[in-house]
Design a binder for this molecule. Structure first.
Ligand code: PHE
Length: 357
């Protein structure tokens, strides 16, 4: 019995895995295991022999069973230790950086402009980029064959063969939104309309697609003085300088009378543009008092109401504010440019939080 004990205790100690351990269990204490067979022989013994051998065999069976249980636990512990060692993860390591996009300067500046005008009570209005002849031209007092139609370098959409209605156009300015907003809301009204516009033109300061923001305020006694105040207030907030000088130059647009082009004060120092100082001027927008015919086209009685309107280049003021020299690069989708001039998603412009980084 001692030999049997030694054999199994040693084998259990040296076993390498759970299945070999199970084989050992069957061989020792399974139904036909060596210890079990010995126990069956107890019946053939004399009562005296049995009294000695019985407890001994039972003790041996117990010892083997508990050695197997202990070994089983030890094997499981070792397996867990091995997993913990091989699957160990340092959660304090810095995270991998993930490439992230940036907010385009045009989007950023549009947000800035909207925040400033919202503070002055202007709502945002919208219109389609594919516009019809009426909204883009006629309603704005630009009848067919008016020379102003030529000045716009308009993109025309195709008409089906035999359809001789005037073709739709890619809107050449945001001014058609004036008409749409008047139709929708009536007077009094105060809106801006930022968005894309199109003209067939391409050089350092012109791209066939660019952005404007239209402004319009209609009331009982809105005047050029209100226009001037609103614009000066806007430029001071936008360029974050107090007191910026503007220059109103008499001009002509079919949809405003009188009309003015507006310049802001600037200077060039060592090839660098500085806004709000010096004795240079930079043209930034067209404006004027809304023409009575335009109010009428929008369904508003020009004998009761009057208003101002302006149209400003968003890309242009973005270039001025952020020192971007070439407009064409805005729309090249060059990642290096976008990373350099782009804004973080959380740099949201607010009047109280500051408009730029
Ligand atoms: N629509 C004009 C342009 O694109 C700008 C403008 C808007 C002028 C409103 C006067 C009033 O040039």
């Amino acid at each position: 019995m001692d030999a049997l004990r030694q054999k199994y205790i040693d084998a259990i100690a040296n076993v390498a895995d759970e299945s070999a351990l199970e084989d050992l269990r069957v061989a020792a204490v399974g139904k036909k295991g060596e210890v079990s067979l010995k126990m069956r022989e107890l019946g053939k013994m004399t009562p005296e022999e049995r009294q000695v051998a019985g407890p001994k065999l039972n003790a041996l069976k117990d010892e083997i069973n508990s050695a197997i249980a202990a070994k089983k636990a030890a094997l499981a512990d070792a397996a867990l230790d091995e997993r913990l060692r091989s699957e160990w993860l340092d959660v304090t390591l810095p995270a991998r950086t993930r490439p992230r996009g940036t907010i385009h300067p045009v989007s950023q500046v549009t947000e800035e402009v909207s925040a400033i005008f919202a503070d002055m009570g202007f709502k945002v209005a919208e219109g389609p980029q594919i516009e019809n002849d009426w909204y883009n031209f006629d309603a704005l007092n630009i009848p067919p064959h008016h020379p102003a139609r030529q000045e716009f370098d308009t993109f025309y959409m195709n008409r089906a063969e035999g359809d001789d209605r005037p073709p739709h156009v890619l809107r050449t300015h945001t001014s058609p939104v004036q008409i749409r907003a008047m139709e929708k809301t009536g007077a009094p009204i105060r809106v801006i309309a930022p968005g894309r516009v199109y003209r067939s033109d391409y050089d350092q300061t012109h791209t066939p697609m660019f952005h404007q923001v239209e402004g319009m305020a209609i009331g009982k006694d809105i005047s050029m003085a209100n226009l001037k105040w609103v614009l000066e207030e806007f430029f001071a907030a936008f360029f974050e300088i107090d007191g910026i000088k503007t220059r109103f130059r008499a001009s002509h647009f079919p949809f405003t009378e009188p009309s003015a082009e507006v310049d802001i004060q600037c200077s060039w120092v060592d090839g660098q543009l500085r806004i709000g100082e010096g004795d240079g001027w930079m043209e930034v927008l067209g404006s004027g008092m809304m023409h009575p015919k335009v109010l009428q086209a929008g369904g508003i009685d020009p004998d009761k109401w009057q208003g101002f309107a302006f149209g400003m280049g968003i890309d242009r003021i973005a270039m001025l504010k952020y020192g971007i020299p070439d407009l064409r690069a805005f729309f090249d989708s060059d990642l290096r440019w976008l990373r350099h001039y782009g804004f973080g998603a959380l740099d949201m412009p607010t009047l109280h939080g500051g408009l730029s980084r």
